[in-house]
Design a protein around this ligand. Structure first.
Ligand SMILES: *Cc1c(COP(=O)(O)O)cnc(C)c1O
Length: 384
């Protein structure tokens, strides 16, 4: 088989399974998006607090660019670590109650870097089966043994940790699961990890800024302090980037061994300035109001769902999936909603387990109550 045959065969296989992925260029952000001159109410965005369009955050980025220029000019180990990066790291560490925070350009990069730098071949990673692709990919590429436990099943985790292991064990999970929207029982998971001298890594991409007092996220709201906390800024923060929260010695260790930090250009300093302003908003009364608006939308949606022919999850979060099952039926439902001016995305395997294709609906503080009612009406019509 030539390269060309291999690529063509892989594409054909995807098309045959209704699993071929395409992108569409859109405009706008927040409540609406525009595509081909048509306006849609956006139910697919991770901009949970509506901060991506926030005027003071936009201005902070502009002022940051005036002051620092548009690029950092290098890796943080050379000259790419500015006073803006340093101030943001200190504010994040202080906010979340850790000694240190290290910035990464994305959550994907942070997870790759962290896992690659930490584990060796004698170690074992025990990960929730529904962990994000960036965690599972980093784990399966690592030389460590990878074991997956049934979603949120602490007993099974405990049994896996009980098995003899020559090296160290790392437990991996998320605060709020990206495709199901439910939360992990972090206290129980941490207790199980501790019984076996394992460390807990929590990726709180969907909880940070959105959950807990002052938006401190899933771990703080469950009163748990994992040894390693990953937060990302492309969702609740409305921007992009990520940070790892950890102890002093782990931060120093990552500065030696995390290749994504050492061999990659750091985030633009202007972005770090914008992130500081996003953090200010998140910690403020305005942030609290935005969290309350979002919570009211979630409640309104769940209360109004009633009888629909699709399965829902236990999610109390902004992520409200409707599990349809078959790829083709899921695509059809997404299309029906688009015809009514609502932008929703069908999520299909391999992103989710086979047979559980779904609409991953996301609600945000930028929505109006009427948007939620319109969505419910469209779903009930489609369900009949
Ligand atoms: C979105 C997401 C990531 C990736 O973060 P980016 O900053 O978008 O690269 C990592 N983990 C989880 C759980 C996510 O949902």
């Amino acid at each position: 088989m030539t390269w060309q045959h291999r690529i063509d065969a892989a594409l054909d296989e995807r098309r045959a399974a209704d699993a071929f992925r395409t992108r569409s260029a859109v405009k706008g952000g927040g409540r609406f998006l525009l595509r081909d001159q048509r306006q849609f109410c956006n139910f697919s965005s991770n901009d949970y607090l509506g901060l991506s369009q926030h005027p003071t955050i936009v201005r902070a980025w502009q002022q940051g660019a005036d002051r620092y220029g548009v690029g950092s000019g290098g890796s943080g180990h050379v000259t790419g670590y500015t006073t803006a990066h340093q101030a943001l790291e200190e504010q994040l560490a202080d906010w979340l109650g850790y000694s240190r925070a290290l910035l990464f350009i994305s959550g994907f990069a942070a997870n790759q870097a962290l896992i690659a730098a930490l584990v060796g071949k004698e170690d074992r990673i025990v990960a929730d089966r529904l962990s994000h692709a960036s965690l599972l990919e980093a784990s399966s590429l690592s030389p460590a043994q990878l074991r997956r436990f049934t979603h949120n099943d602490v007993k099974q985790l405990d049994a896996l940790l009980e098995k003899p292991c020559e090296g160290q064990q790392l437990v991996v999970t998320e605060g709020v699961f990206s495709m199901d929207g439910d939360s992990a029982p972090l206290g129980e998971l941490h207790a199980a990890a501790r019984r076996h001298d394992a460390w807990l890594l929590v990726d709180d991409a969907h909880g940070i800024g959105v959950l807990g007092e002052a938006g401190r996220g899933s771990a703080a709201s469950q009163d748990v302090k994992p040894e390693l906390l990953v937060v990302t800024f492309g969702k609740g923060f409305g921007i992009s980037g990520a940070a790892v929260l950890c102890s002093d010695s782990v931060a120093d260790y990552l500065l030696q061994f995390a290749r994504h930090l050492i061999y990659s250009t750091s985030m633009p300093p202007a972005q770090a300035v914008a992130l500081q302003e996003a953090l200010n908003v998140i910690r403020s009364d305005e942030g609290e109001q935005r969290r309350q608006i979002l919570a009211a939308h979630i409640q309104r949606f769940r209360a109004g769902v009633g009888e629909l022919p699709w399965q829902m999850t236990q999610s109390q979060s902004a992520i409200q999936p409707l599990i349809v099952g078959e790829n083709s039926r899921t695509l059809r439902l997404a299309q029906q909603l688009r015809e009514r001016g609502m932008w929703v995305t069908a999520i299909r395997p391999p992103t989710v387990p086979a047979g559980t294709a779904r609409l991953r609906l996301t609600l945000t503080a930028a929505h109006h109550a009427q948007d939620i009612d319109d969505l419910l009406e469209a779903l009930h019509d489609a369900g009949e």
